[in-house]
Design a protein around this ligand. Sequence first.
Ligand SMILES: N=C(N)NCCCC(=O)O
Ligand SMILES: [Zn+2]
Ligand SMILES: [Zn+2]
Length: 320
Amino acid sequence: MTGAPQGPIDATRVPRFAGPATFARLPRADEVERVDVAVVGVPFDTGVSYRPGARFGPAHVRASSKLLRPYNPALDVSPFAELQVADAGDIAVNPFDIGAAIATLEAAAREFAANGTRLLTIGGDHTIALPLLRAVAAEHGPVAVVHFDAHLDTWDTYFGEPYTHGTPFRRASEEGLLDPTRCLHVGIRGPLYGPDDLREDGVLGFQVVHSDDYQDATVASVVERMRRRLGTGPVYVSVDIDVLDPAHAPGTGTPEAGGLTSRELLNTLRGLVGLNVVGADIVEVAPAYDHAELTGIAAAHVGYELLSVLARNERDGIRA
Ligand SMILES: N=C(N)NCCCC(=O)O
Ligand SMILES: [Zn+2]
Ligand SMILES: [Zn+2]
């Protein structure tokens, strides 16, 4: 590392509601000499099966992230002081051609990796996890995925289409991008198409922490189970904001009742500290259905906790 990382704009000098709309008021990637972690937007929602609108997610999450402060007491870390985090803007992907969008995103993600930059990606719908996982697996080999979601997203096709927001983890498993002994969904709930959904999901390499498990067990015991499953190898974290109850995150395309509270989610994410997290995404924020920035703020805090985990790992010498 050369100079000290350039942090966010000081909110005691420039009011939060002034200035550029980067994530957490961080510098833009072109304003710093190196980027350890890029926050990058993918405004894409052509893969959705129900309500559209996640293409506006990146701008909404950035706008909802202005109140984040530099020190995280829960993990005792200043995430923007340990790592150079910068906002790399949006990756412009084709809204009319899912295959082209996936190819563009995979190429962009591989380029960040080649430059030694890890990604916190803000979607966009869940389709984007597939090209992001391709890039991560190209660098690290098959990875563990911890997937926070109401939905399995290991279905096969929709209307015969293989690349959708309900299918990324089946494709990733088929392509050998996942370590099938170390993948886990967290927050699963709601009606399925049939009992085979869960059986096939298991064959693809996933175990399940159901949303109701949070009712019957403590967050600490969920964290313990998660850490045991993910092990010591590379871990990719994918957070579909609909893992939260619609009361906590109404602004999303396929809401399901009975979900996690934002406190449960943030505490579970903190439990990733010390694991070898190589990349992460936050997807399915659809601001048209949001109220009072509830969903945007929840997503911004999810991003902050994930960056805090990376920063703590950096300080503790745990490198991706
Ligand atoms: N990935 C998200 N958010 N939703 C998938 C839902 C797929 C379905 O309509 O059955
Ligand atoms: Zn979902
Ligand atoms: Zn999803």
